[in-house]
Every structure is written in structure tokens, then in C-alpha cells.
Design a protein. Structure first.
Length: 157
């Protein structure tokens, strides 16, 4: 099998976040790509069948200024499809433990207007997520079945 990109231990991906203030220190996210790939392969070979690459990622080190803090911050990338006259798809990154309200707020922030409902299917009148428990059940089911994290945002007021 021909590999397009081979990752080796020590290969890094570095992204610098430049703050708005000129007097602030810049922050750097530093990923050990080879370790990430090995973790993904271990999870895939354990039979979970979950595509971790598209749904979540884990940062290995967060470096601010000269100090390095080890952190393990997992997030889920959830795609939201706005329905209506002008459909639009957005993606939001949410921490592993999040509420329905925090997801709604982030969606409203990105879309620029209030939203009323979260649907799990594209068809109007399909299943909706009303509570945090329903959202968590949907998330766990999608991850267990290897499905993409896609929700449909219902019409506005």
C-alpha cells in the first residue's frame, strides 16, 4: 500500500494564535502528529469502528509563552445544517461534556440569529433533541456507530 504521508515520532504540527492585544503573549498549540495517528489506529483496531479523525481530536501540549502545560482536551466537531430559504452548513467544536443550551448558543453565535430546534434528521417533523439527556444519547449512538455528527437547525421565530 502506497502512503501519501508517513508520520514519524517527533513530527509536529504547530499553530500560533495571535491575540488582539499588542502587549499580550502569543499562544502556541503543539501537536505530536505521530502520537495522534498511533492513538487513532489503536482505537480503530479495538473494534469501535469510530472515525476519530473527523469527530474529535486531542491536544497533547499547550504552550503559552515559555511554560508548557500538559493538557488533554477532547472536542467533538458537530456539523449543523440550517434549514429554510437560505440553507447553510456550519461546524462547531464542542467539549466532550456540553449541554444542549451551550450548543444552541454557539450555533446562534455562528448563524447570527436565534434558533428554536435541533433535529436529528433532515425531514421536517423528524426527531428533535429537547434535553441534555437526549443530546447525549444521540451523541453516544453516533460515536458508537461511526456516524457523522450532523444536526439540523430548525426554523427561527
Amino acid at each position: 500500500m502506497l502512503k501519501f504521508l508517513e508520520l514519524r515520532y517527533g513530527d509536529k504540527c504547530q499553530t500560533t494564535l495571535v491575540p488582539n492585544s499588542r502587549n499580550s503573549n502569543s499562544s502556541t498549540l503543539d501537536f505530536d502528529l505521530a502520537s495522534q495517528l498511533e492513538d487513532i489506529n489503536k482505537r480503530d483496531s479495538s473494534g469501535k469502528g469510530h472515525n476519530s479523525m473527523s469527530d474529535s481530536f486531542t491536544t497533547q501540549r499547550f504552550s503559552e509563552g515559555h511554560s508548557v502545560v500538559n493538557a488533554s482536551v477532547s472536542t467533538h466537531r458537530i456539523k449543523l445544517m440550517r434549514q429554510g430559504k437560505h440553507p447553510k452548513m456550519i461546524a462547531v467544536s464542542m467539549p466532550t461534556n456540553f449541554s444542549r443550551q451551550s450548543l444552541m448558543l454557539k450555533a446562534q453565535e455562528k448563524l447570527g440569529h436565534s434558533i428554536q430546534t435541533l433535529h436529528t434528521q433532515e425531514t421536517p417533523g423528524g426527531p428533535q433533541l429537547y434535553t441534555d439527556e437526549e443530546l447525549q444519547t444521540w451523541l453516544n449512538d453516533c460515536l458508537a456507530q461511526g456516524k457523522k455528527l450532523l444536526l439540523f437547525v430548525g426554523p427561527t421565530c
